[in-house]
Design a binder for this molecule. Structure first.
Ligand SMILES: NC(=O)c1ccc[n+]([C@@H]2O[C@H](COP(=O)([O-])OP(=O)(O)OC[C@H]3O[C@@H](n4cnc5c(N)ncnc54)[C@H](OP(=O)(O)O)[C@@H]3O)[C@@H](O)[C@H]2O)c1
Length: 242
């Protein structure tokens, strides 16, 4: 299915406006050699305070934040808005202080004591596939809304349609490598922010910005929106040509 896209103006610029799925952007920090974590798939410090603050602003201005189960199990991220001022701003607009937190988790492996359930107020969604063990999904349903879509893995396209129908217009994706591939390879990403830090991680098996099976034919094309120095790294913003 092709997604209808039209344009609207934001700060005088034309912006893509999706009628049937949210505006989707990926944000990631990577090393100078393109790695987003170490070979143990553990987080390592790539960016600094200025970048953390930028990420917090992106989170605070999104309706939902999404991660894959690989990231959930490796990093146990809370995915909350850290700045009190930004949380208050959201509340003043009648929103929850945190965006909806979504985990892509075919087999319902998200731990019930994960930080997304313990930290911060706001809705959580676990997207599972039809093959998810019923008892696991039932346990998780005490803490989150469960959306079942896809046979073996989560059907990301259908999920996005459902999220849009539920009022999610702006979706921030915070990794990891396999989820980024799943979204990009299905033409479901509009923009990518990459902070490239002044470190080299190395390791053939260390995750990169986008893993998955990769393309053999034509590569996914990007257009450069902006590129700026930030601390000792570079922040690049790309538009994805779907
Ligand atoms: N530096 C950064 O900015 C940053 C940000 C985030 C993460 N990370 C790092 O990235 C690593 C995790 O990345 P990862 O690639 O292992 O895991 P991931 O992308 O977080 O999660 C991938 C998993 O999602 C599930 N999934 C279900 N449906 C899917 C679909 N349609 N497409 C893709 N995935 C689907 C699959 O597991 P099931 O089949 O079991 O459901 C898949 O293995 C960690 O090392 C973490 O530290 C870095």
């Amino acid at each position: 299915m092709r997604i209808a896209i039209s344009a609207f103006k934001y700060k005088g610029k034309s912006m893509p406006c999706h009628k049937s799925r949210p505006f989707v952007f990926i944000n990631a920090a990577m090393s100078a050699d393109g790695k987003i974590a170490t070979i143990e798939r553990k987080q390592t410090r790539i960016s600094g305070k200025t970048d953390f603050d930028r990420v917090d602003e992106l989170r605070a201005t999104s309706d939902a934040v999404m991660v894959g189960i690989g990231t959930m199990l490796s990093d146990n991220p809370g995915l909350t808005v850290k700045s009190q001022e930004r949380r208050e701003k959201r509340r003043a607009k009648g929103m929850d202080e945190n965006p909806v937190r979504i985990v892509i988790d075919s087999k319902a492996r998200t731990p019930v004591d994960a930080d997304i359930f313990r930290k911060g107020a706001g809705k959580k969604i676990i997207a599972v596939s039809e093959t998810a063990p019923k008892e696991r999904a039932e346990k998780l349903s005490k803490f989150a809304e469960i959306i079942v879509t896809g046979r073996e893995s989560v059907d990301l396209e259908k999920l996005l349609l459902e999220l849009k129908a539920g009022g999610i217009n702006r979706l921030m994706v915070e990794g990891g490598a396999a989820l980024n591939w799943g979204l990009i390879s299905n033409g479901l990403v509009d923009e990518i922010y990459t902070f490239i830090g002044n470190v080299i991680i190395g390791g053939e098996s260390a995750p990169t910005l986008v893993d998955g099976v990769g393309r053999t034919g034509e590569a996914c094309r990007l257009s450069l929106i902006s590129c700026e120095r930030m601390e000792d790294g570079v922040l690049i913003r790309w538009e994805v040509s779907n």
